[in-house]
Design a protein around this ligand. Structure first.
Ligand SMILES: *Cc1c(COP(=O)(O)O)cnc(C)c1O
Length: 440
C-alpha cells in the first residue's frame, strides 16, 4: 500500500482521548472456523462455566466463550485507561534512516502505561469485573514482576487486595518490580512459600529450590480456590485477556489513518503467551478478512519457539497438569526453555486464539536468536531514544530484517507496524550483559 499523502514530517499520532476505543474486538465472532473448546483436565470434556467459577468472575468466564463481535468497555475501565491511553503511534523516521530503508516504519508504544507495558490493559478490566461481583482479593503469580505489578496497580483502583507469589529466584535477584508491586499496595511472597499446602510440599522436597512459574501458579490458585471472596488473575494466554488487549490494534488503525496510511503491508510483534500480539493484530485480521492484505508476523525467541516449531494439539497450561487442556501450539508442558532475558516469552504454549489464527493461515511466525534481538533493541534505542523491553526487541528484530529488504527513495517502500509492548528500564542488567559481550 503506497501512501499518497502521509504528512511529510509528522512523527507522532496522538489520538485525542475522545477517540479512545469504547469497545474491545472479539475475533471469535469472525473466525472462519470456530476454535476448539478448553477441556476439563480430569474428565477431558468441554469446560463448563461452573468449572471455572472458583477461579474467575462470571463476567470473564462469559467473555472467554463469547461470540459477540464488540464488547463494551465499562466506563470505569475507560476512565483508568485514559491515564495513559490512547497510546502513541510513532513513525520511526530516525530508525528508517539508520537502516537505509525505503519502508515506512511505525511503532505502537505500550510503554507509557503505569508499569511500562501492555499488561495493565487487561489487569484493569479484570480488577473491575472482580470488584463488580463482590470479590475482595485477587491472587496471581509473577516471574520478573511484569505481570504482578499490573494487578497490583489495578486492584487498588477498585478496592481489591492483591497477593502475588513471585518466583523466589526473581524475588531475590530482581527487587525493583517487587518494590513497584509493594508501592501499589500489593503483598508479595517469594514462591514457594510456607503459606500454602503446595508451597510447603515444594519446600519439603527441596528447601533450596529457586522456584518456578509453575509452582507459583499452584500457590496462587490454591489460595483463590480456597477463599470464596478471592479469585485468580492471569496475565496472558486466555481468550478474555486477548480480548482486552484489542484496544491496541483499534487505536493503531485510527492512528495510521492520521498518517495517511491504510492497512499496513507488514505487522510485527513479539509473542510469549500471545496477548500483546493478539491485541495489536486481531483488529487487522478483521480487516484482512474484509479484503486488506497485511502480513502479520509473530516473533518468538529461538529458545522457546512454540508457534514456529511446536505442535498444534491439546496441552496443559501448567507444568503440573492441573489447569484446563487448551488446543494450542505447544512445545510440551514439560519443556523448560533456557533462561533468556526476555522472561515474558518463556512460555511452552501459545494463546489458543493466536494458535488457532496461525493454524488457519491468518498469521505467520518466525523466531530470532537472543543476540539478534538485543542487537535490534540497541539499534532501536539509539535511533528512537526508547529502550525496548527485551521481549519487544524480538518484534523489532523481525521488522528490521524485513525493512532491510527495501532500499530506494526514503518513504517509497512498504509500511511496517511494530508492536512495542513495553520499555526496558527495569531490564537494564540484560542490556548490560549484551553491551559487555556476556550474553550466551
Ligand atoms: C509479558 C510481556 C510480553 C509477553 O506476553 P504476551 O502475552 O506474549 O504479550 C511481551 N512484552 C512485554 C513488555 C511483556 O511485559
Amino acid at each position: 500500500m503506497t501512501s499518497d499523502a502521509p504528512s511529510a514530517s509528522m512523527v507522532k499520532a496522538l489520538l485525542p482521548e475522545s477517540e479512545m476505543p469504547t469497545h474491545w474486538y472479539n475475533i471469535q465472532a469472525d473466525l472462519p472456523e470456530p476454535m476448539a473448546p478448553h477441556l476439563h483436565p480430569g474428565t477431558k470434556e468441554p469446560l463448563g462455566r461452573e468449572d471455572l467459577a472458583p477461579l474467575f468472575p462470571m463476567a470473564l468466564i462469559e467473555q472467554e466463550v463469547s461470540q459477540e463481535r464488540y464488547v463494551e468497555i465499562p466506563e470505569a475501565v475507560q476512565e483508568i485507561y485514559r491515564l495513559w491511553r490512547p497510546a502513541p503511534l510513532i513513525r520511526a523516521r530516525r530508525l528508517e534512516k539508520a537502516l537505509g530503508t525505503s519502508a515506512r516504519i511505525y511503532y505502537k508504544y505500550e510503554g507509557t502505561s503505569p508499569v511500562g507495558s501492555h499488561k495493565p490493559n487487561t489487569a484493569v478490566a479484570q480488577a473491575y469485573y472482580n470488584a463488580s461481583e463482590g470479590i475482595t482479593k485477587l491472587t496471581t503469580e509473577t516471574g520478573a514482576g511484569q505481570w504482578g505489578a499490573s494487578p497490583a496497580f489495578a486492584g487498588q483502583a477498585f478496592g481489591i487486595e492483591v497477593e502475588v507469589w513471585q518466583v523466589k529466584a526473581s524475588f531475590e535477584s530482581k527487587p525493583y518490580r517487587r518494590m513497584l508491586m509493594e508501592t501499589f499496595g500489593a503483598s508479595v511472597h517469594p514462591s514457594p512459600s510456607d503459606l500454602t499446602e503446595s508451597g510447603r510440599a515444594f519446600l519439603a522436597k527441596d528447601p533450596e529450590t529457586p522456584g518456578s512459574l509453575g509452582m507459583a501458579v499452584s500457590e496462587a490458585v490454591e489460595v483463590a480456590a480456597g477463599d470464596p471472596e478471592a479469585r485468580y488473575s492471569l496475565g496472558s494466554v486466555l481468550n478474555h485477556v486477548c480480548l482486552h488487549q484489542t484496544v491496541i490494534g483499534e487505536e493503531t488503525i485510527k492512528q495510521l489513518a492520521m498518517f495517511g496510511e491504510g492497512a499496513p503491508d507488514y505487522l510485527y510483534g513479539c509473542a510469549g503467551g500471545g496477548s500483546n500480539l493478539a491485541g495489536l493484530a486481531f483488529p487487522f485480521i478483521r480487516e484482512n478478512l474484509a479484503g486488506a492484505q497485511t502480513q502479520i508476523m509473530a516473533v518468538e525467541p529461538a529458545a522457546c519457539p512454540s508457534l514456529t516449531k511446536g505442535e498444534f494439539r491439546y496441552d496443559h497450561g501448567d507444568v503440573a497438569g492441573l489447569t484446563p487442556l487448551m488446543k494450542m501450539y505447544t512445545l510440551g508442558q514439560d519443556f523448560v526453555p533456557d533462561p533468556i532475558h526476555a522472561g515474558g516469552l518463556r512460555y511452552h504454549g501459545m494463546a489458543p486464539l493466536v494458535s488457532h489464527v496461525k493454524h488457519l493461515g491468518l498469521m505467520d511466525s518466525m523466531s530470532v536468536e537472543q543476540k539478534v534481538a538485543f542487537e535490534a533493541g540497541v539499534e532501536f534505542a539509539k535511533a528512537e531514544g526508547v529502550v525496548p523491553a527485551p521481549e519487544s526487541t524480538h518484534g523489532i528484530a523481525g521488522a528490521i530484517g524485513k525493512a532491510r529488504e527495501f532500499t530506494g527513495e526514503p518513504g517509497s517502500g512498504p509500511s511496517i507496524v511494530i508492536g512495542l509492548s513495553g520499555h526496558g528500564f527495569l531490564d537494564l542488567p540484560a542490556y548490560e550483559s549484551y553491551v559487555h559481550g556476556k550474553l550466551d
